[in-house]
Design a binder for this molecule. Structure first.
Ligand code: SF4
Length: 241
């Protein structure tokens, strides 16, 4: 809905969303019903005792959307879903990155924005730091400048977690992104890549397993089942269970 809203503005039709939340939401529901007609089986937010489903989910969509629009009031949006994929020093593979919003904030100047629909902001700023390193120091894979950095002279120092969930506290701006050490970051990604090459998969079971489509195939979440025993080859392939 946010992207549709911004596109409408881009085409000069003003900030007008032509479809209501219901018109956006119901076709998605219809599609999902074909996969599993029992909607309470679907993954959902909220707690297990009080899942965010049905009317509650639609209501949350509306409230998140309102918050997103309020957030955008202060930003001149330059790019949506901008591909900042590029090389970082010391890392032999490109780091993939798609930045939700790149633009100029009324108060903070050039900003990198990442939408967050959960109630908590991320535990660390790695995602924003990576985006900043890619925008501030690296050449995108296309070899051209980023279209908005004025040949590298414009730097991004501030990142914003755009907390759209009405129950989430606002997150403070993440400042000092021009100080991010791109070489240290590159070394960190390279170290992860070395692990991947050695086939060391550090599976960390946790809350996210609830949302993982591989759970039925994973021995951590489905220990001893015929299916997980068949599909989960991590022991043969390197992961030290
Ligand atoms: S269910 Fe298994 S594969 Fe999925 S996130 Fe959890 S540990 Fe990883």
């Amino acid at each position: 809905m946010v992207e549709e809203y911004l596109k409408a503005d881009d085409q000069g039709s003003g900030y007008v969303l032509t479809r209501t939340a219901e018109q956006v939401f119901y076709p998605l529901i219809e599609k999902q019903l074909k996969v599993d007609p029992i909607d309470v089986n679907w993954l959902s937010g909220g707690s297990q005792d009080d899942p965010v489903i049905r009317d509650k989910a639609l209501d949350l969509v509306k409230r998140c959307y309102e918050n997103a629009l309020a957030f955008l009031e202060d930003i001149d949006v330059w790019e949506v879903e901008y591909e900042a994929t590029g090389m970082l020093p010391g890392c032999e593979v490109p780091v993939k990155a798609f930045v939700d919003i790149v633009g100029e904030h009324k108060k903070h100047g050039p900003v990198i924005v990442d939408w967050k629909s959960g109630k908590q902001k991320p535990k660390n700023n790695l995602q924003l730091e990576t985006y900043a390193a890619l925008l501030n120091t690296s050449t995108p894979l296309s070899g051209n400048d980023h279209p908005f950095t004025d040949h590298g002279s414009l730097k991004f120092d501030v990142g914003l977690w755009a907390m759209v969930n009405p129950d989430a506290p606002n997150a403070r701006p993440v400042k000092g992104l021009t100080e991010v050490d791109a070489s240290a970051l590159g070394a960190r990604y390279q170290a992860a890549y070395e692990q991947i090459k050695k086939k060391v998969w550090k599976a960390q079971a946790g809350f996210h397993c609830r949302f993982c489509v591989q759970a039925p195939n994973c021995l951590i979440e489905s220990p001893g089942t015929k299916r997980a025993t068949y599909y989960d080859r991590s022991e043969d392939e390197g992961y030290p269970f």
